[in-house]
Design a protein around this ligand. Structure first.
Ligand code: SAM
Length: 318
């Protein structure tokens, strides 16, 4: 499949410490000099677009912690041929940034929110404020993005009791609520193995509460999600089944972390790094050729190719 989607991690820094994501023993953050600067990110992104990428999603870490994020959004938005710029954020800083981000050219926003109970929020994130995240979600709904999605990582006995309430949000608000199967990535999240809750179980909870769900055709922004809508609902419900359903065949994405390492697949090692080329002043043609080579090796990897079984979502970008 043609690669048309780049997930770009801007920073390994995060203002939350989520149990399913942040490593248990985080031994400090990367040095500033290791992170790509705006100009380097924009040059790399422009080369990805020339190599065929049409959509870029900013992630992290927490991407809104990247200094002068609005300036970076404007730089990326100006890349000729880029059709869509999207963001995945925990929403804590969105209340004040939603409108400026929209004005800077951000098209779509995904917000990670896994509970509406303050004590559970503390349990999952370790810090931060549920009120801020909620205000951020509401601010993005008002800001005029083409789509707002809510990402809910389902964890048994932690937040599964809230599944019907989150499904309800898709009825009351023009929101795509996406139930994501938790999958163990690093040592910390492997301790949460007991928390696995399949899409089939989640769907049953929703149907027990509200009746049968009707599947609707997936749209161009739905990625690997299977999408459903309740009659009269303002929004949609999606399921992302990274564990129980195998969607590698339909994957058109690559990832670049905040230091310029490129990962053809979530389960592959980084095969190339662009940082040295960027810092040595490589021209766009050279970068495009390098990126095309990376695209060619993508088909070698899939979910079974995780060599160490260890993925740090917090630095490579979930
Ligand atoms: N800080 C931002 C946020 O919280 O959305 C962006 C980075 S976070 C790594 C991006 C996404 O990674 C989250 O929405 C979450 O769904 C996903 N993620 C991280 N670890 C995960 C895990 N173990 N299982 C499922 N999803 C995970």
């Amino acid at each position: 499949m043609a690669i048309d989607y780049l997930r770009l991690s801007l920073t390994d820094r995060c203002n939350l410490n989520c149990i399913y994501c942040t490593p248990l023993e985080k031994s400090g953050y990367l040095a500033h000099g290791d992170l790509l600067r705006h100009e380097e990110l924009a040059r790399a992104a422009a080369a990805f677009v020339r190599a065929g990428v049409k959509k870029i999603r900013l992630t992290g870490g927490e991407p809104l912690l990247k200094k002068n994020i609005l300036e970076l959004v404007r730089m990326l938005k100006a890349i000729p041929g880029l059709q869509e710029l999207a963001l995945t954020t925990n929403g804590v800083l969105l209340k004040d940034l939603a409108v400026p981000l929209r004005e800077a050219g951000m098209n779509r926003v995904n917000i990670s929110l896994n509970t509406l109970i303050p004590a559970t929020y503390k349990q999952i994130t370790g810090s931060g404020s549920l009120e801020d995240a909620w205000d951020g979600l509401m601010a993005s709904l008002r800001a005029g993005f083409s789509e707002v999605k809510l990402n809910f990582v389902v964890m048994k006995r932690i937040n599964d009791a809230e599944i019907p309430e989150f499904a309800r949000l898709s009825m009351d608000f023009p929101l795509s609520v996406r139930f994501i199967e938790f999958f163990p990535t690093n040592e910390r999240s492997k301790n949460l193995k007991h928390a696995l809750f399949t899409t089939a179980e989640t769907r049953k909870r929703i149907e027990d509460a509200y009746g049968p769900l009707q599947q609707v055709p997936s749209g161009p922004t739905d990625g690997p999600a299977r999408v459903f809508k309740r009659p009269g609902a303002k929004g949609k419900i999606g399921f992302i089944s990274g564990r129980s359903d195998y969607f590698c065949g339909a994957c058109t994405r690559v990832r670049m972390d905040c230091t310029g390492k490129v990962y053809p697949c979530l389960f592959s090692p980084s095969t190339h790094t662009l940082r040295d080329h960027l810092r040595a002043g490589a021209d766009e043609e050279t970068l495009v050729e390098l990126i095309k080579k990376i695209f060619l090796v993508k088909s070698k990897y899939n979910k079974d190719s995780a060599s160490s079984g260890h993925i740090e979502m917090s630095s490579m970008g979930g």
